[in-house]
Design a protein. Structure first.
Length: 432
């Protein structure tokens, strides 16, 4: 099929490349000329394993990049809206990008009755948005909800191995047309209404946030009791109703989606007078988890003023260069404000972090291209991201580089006994 995609961000770019891989012809529309230039010169603007190879394979054959929506829509059977819906101060998602796209669509195409293109909202939008979009299009073009569940760092894999494909529509033929795109993808298909599909997306991310906040509080309980959380989590995960995934304690969830979607769901609930106590608690618990990790550092050094803290891990999780809502963006400024020096490393996210916290504006912050340089002469090591290089770091070498003896392992990557055997003071997240 011929497909137009509006928005070349994490979702639009991955969806475009993967639909080409499934044999479709895609025109990817982007308003940011620098991003178009990068893509057309073969540069993948985001760090996403497997995506550059797919772009190289399909660019200028089945994948076209353009700034011109009308050109992209010529002969298109489907238009995917993959525009960003970032949170506003109230928690409401900013739908201005989607509003602009629908306005352009109306202006470009006299809304003829041929029912093409089917407009698919893949962007994460509050319940009711597909219905609103259908009205803005005068009800002439079918609108279908097809939320994505792509995780950063594994987005290409996730596209071809989804746990399910959700199609929300009020027009059966349009829903089936969109479902046919995934014909070669083995996954359960959930054909439902607009609001159910929109809510299923928010519900998934909100539940994941809730699960993580529970896990992090369980780890805090283990710290307080003086026992180890690992076996408790193993036992928990063996319960079929809970499952073993998404049970790793950490510095609190980050990323561009879980925090945003939780806020959007709570905003929607407030508007309709529904109180979501569990969602609010999940968000509060996440804030507290970062405070707990900071306290582990402060409690482990006599006086943080003038001390050097090494930080391994700036991205919000391993496998991505994305720092949105990352623990590093909260904890490093706090350490600097308390008078510490920070030597930070990340294998992929140094540039993204420097964009938000430029060292020239943060005296005392040094960004290091080598993890051992970051460790050199530091009084303590704080691990925030679960990069394999950190997990595999020889504990003896860590001991030699540190001038102090504290490790705060925010991802439980290292072995506590082995760390202590070298004379290090090891603090994990719920580790004994
Ligand atoms: C998430 C959803 O998983 C995905 O389905 C949706 O489409 C987009 O949002 P992503 O934000 O890429 O994906 O990250 P995810 O892998 O879900 O992790 C979210 C946060 O939870 C990260 O900060 C991660 O470090 C943290 N996390 C995850 C843990 O702390 N422990 C875990 O066991 C898993």
């Amino acid at each position: 099929m011929k497909i137009a995609i509006a928005g070349a961000g994490y979702v639009g770019l991955t969806t475009a490349a993967c639909l080409c891989e499934l044999g479709h012809a895609v025109s990817l529309v982007e308003i940011d000329q620098t991003r178009i230039d990068a893509l057309q010169s073969g540069i993948c603007p985001i760090y996403e394993p497997g995506l550059p190879e797919l772009l190289d394979k399909h660019l200028d054959t089945s994948l076209k990049i353009t700034a011109d929506l009308s050109q992209a829509l010529e002969g298109a059977d489907i238009l995917f809206a993959c525009v960003g819906t970032p949170p506003m101060a109230t928690g409401a998602p900013d739908l201005s990008g989607l509003r602009r796209l629908l306005g352009d669509l109306r202006a470009l195409r006299p809304l003829s009755a041929d029912g093409r293109p089917v407009v698919v909202l893949k962007s994460t939008v509050p319940p009711g948005t597909n219905r609103w979009a259908s009205k803005r299009l005068g009800g002439v073009l079918p609108v279908v909800s097809n939320p994505e569940f792509l995780r950063e760092g594994t987005a290409v894999y996730d596209f071809f191995h989804p746990d399910r494909v959700i199609i929300g529509s009020e027009d059966r033929a349009a829903g089936e047309l969109v479902a046919s795109l995934y014909r070669d993808v083995e996954a359960p298909l959930v054909l439902t209404g607009w609001e159910q599909a929109e809510l299923a997306k928010y519900a998934t991310n909100a539940f994941l946030a809730l699960k993580l906040s529970f896990v992090n509080e369980l780890a805090a309980l283990c710290d307080g009791i003086g026992t180890d959380v690992q076996d408790v989590l193993t036992a928990l995960g063996l319960d079929k109703r809970i499952g073993p995934h998404f049970l790793s304690p950490g510095p609190g969830y980050g990323g561009s989606c879980l925090p945003k979607d939780l806020k959007a769901l709570m905003w929607k609930a407030r508007r309709i007078g529904v109180t979501l106590d569990t969602m609010r608690s999940a968000e509060k618990a996440n804030v507290r988890q970062r405070e707990r990790l900071l306290q582990k550092v402060l409690n482990g050094v006599d006086d943080i003023w003038g001390k050097t803290i090494a930080v391994w891990g700036l991205s919000f999780k391993a496998g991505t260069d994305d720092v949105r809502s990352a623990a590093s963006l909260e904890l490093i400024p706090k350490l600097l404000a308390l008078g510490a020096r920070v030597q930070a490393h990340d294998p992929e996210a140094l540039i993204a972090f420097a964009r938000v916290c430029p060292p020239e504006r943060w005296p005392g912050l040094v960004l290091c291209g080598d993890p051992w340089r970051a460790l050199h002469g530091a009084h303590a090591l704080l691990i925030l991201t679960e990069w394999p290089a950190y997990k595999e770091a020889p504990i003896e070498q860590i001991r030699q580089h540190l001038s102090g003896n504290l490790i705060v392992d925010g991802r439980n990557l290292l072995n506590p006994e082995r760390a202590r055997a070298t004379g290090l003071m090891y603090r994990g997240v719920g580790r004994k």
